[in-house]
Design a protein around this ligand. Structure first.
Ligand code: CU
Length: 351
């Protein structure tokens, strides 16, 4: 029997013993007609328990935060310019929230104990105070307005028009994987449409194979980003809701079937720099899905590589365009495939 089972067994045994002791005491008191709680003030117990709950709770929060600190993504500063701004807002909101929770809850639990009912003490009747009402309405309103203005202005900057020199990348979600599309040398994406999707011929993104703009498009399963350059993402889904999440960059955007969503960020730290900084040789940024999208939702993870502009260009030049791969697999029969009737979208889950 392993130790875990023994410990569980001992715990059950303790509960049974405790129950038996209570039952015994109860029977003895009943037989002797003693009321053991006659001088007992339940309010004192309740009051003490309120105070105890708050003190133990605060200690537990501090302790768990210390234990998990390094594991929490938000405590490592964001690796995108926009993310650093979001971090600023996050920590300002956090500071305000912690302060308010500490003050109000300390008072709440302390007063529950201090003003517990005692024999001979009469409750003080204090139903209303206009000044107080005004104070706790106006002050939170001002603080929240400031926080929200900050957020709205950041939202407009991040969701607004991307800079002219942005690199454009398309993120495609489906059950259960992400694929990335780069526009290739002409810097323009070819047409895609759901009616061209054919998993049988590997045309999973639905390329219109007759569109010349798409012939140099690259389709990859690793997301490479250049450092220091704005990257504009177009995010799509062909089946259900997914959510493209780059936690280190503080980016999260739903992939919605039937429409394209957008987001742009400027990465500030390469994977190599992050590895050196964290001392973790195998560190990788990752893209995940944060929308429960089906049975293999947890599988929707991709490695993200941030590298210098030269490394990025080098990687791009090593990729084979989708069109070339397609021809190799389908024997050059692309015209037929493109002209063929649209094929039903296969939504087969691959757990
Ligand atoms: Cu998903």
């Amino acid at each position: 029997m392993d130790a875990q089972v023994l410990i569980s067994f001992a715990q059950v045994l303790l509960v049974v013993i405790f129950g038996l002791v209570c039952l015994n005491l109860y029977l003895v008191f009943r037989l002797k007609e003693i009321d053991p709680f006659a001088r007992w003030n339940p309010s004192s117990i309740n009051g003490a328990m309120f105070m105890g709950f708050w003190i133990v709770g605060v200690i537990a929060i501090i302790w768990t935060t210390r234990v998990w600190w390094d594991e929490m993504v938000m405590v490592h500063s964001a690796v995108s310019e926009q993310g650093q701004r979001i971090d600023g807002m996050f920590w300002r909101t956090m500071a305000v929230s912690i302060l308010v929770v500490l003050i109000t809850n300390t008072l709440l639990f302390y007063y529950a104990w201090k003003y517990r009912s005692k024999p001979g003490r009469k409750a003080y009747y204090y139903p209303h105070n206009n000044k107080l009402e005004l104070l706790w309405t106006v002050v939170p309103a001002i603080v929240l307005t400031l926080l929200i203005f900050d957020g709205v202005s950041a939202w407009h900057d991040i969701m607004g028009k991307h800079p002219e020199d942005s690199v454009e990348i398309e993120i495609n979600g489906k059950q259960f994987e992400w694929t990335f599309r780069y526009p290739g040398a002409d810097n323009e994406f070819g047409e895609t449409h759901v009616k061209y999707i054919n998993d049988g011929t590997t045309n999973s993104l639905g390329f219109n194979l007759k569109d010349r703009k798409g012939q140099d498009d690259l389709v990859t399963t690793e997301l490479h980003l250049p450092v220091g350059r704005p990257v504009k993402f177009t995010i799509k889904s062909r089946d259900v809701l997914h959510s493209a999440t780059l936690a280190h960059f503080r980016m999260k955007m739903d992939a919605v079937p039937g429409m394209a969503t957008h987001f742009w960020i400027t990465p500030t730290k390469t994977t190599a720099e992050m590895r050196a900084e964290t001392g973790k040789e195998d560190f990788n940024y990752e893209l995940s899905c944060q929308q429960i999208c089906g049975s293999a939702h947890y599988n929707m993870r991709r490695i993200v590589v941030v590298e210098t502009w030269e490394e990025y260009q080098n990687w791009l030049s090593q990729q084979t365009p989708f069109y070339t791969q397609y021809q190799q697999i389908n024997g050059g029969n692309t015209a037929d495939a493109a002209a063929a009737e649209p094929v039903n979208v296969a939504l087969s889950p691959q757990p």
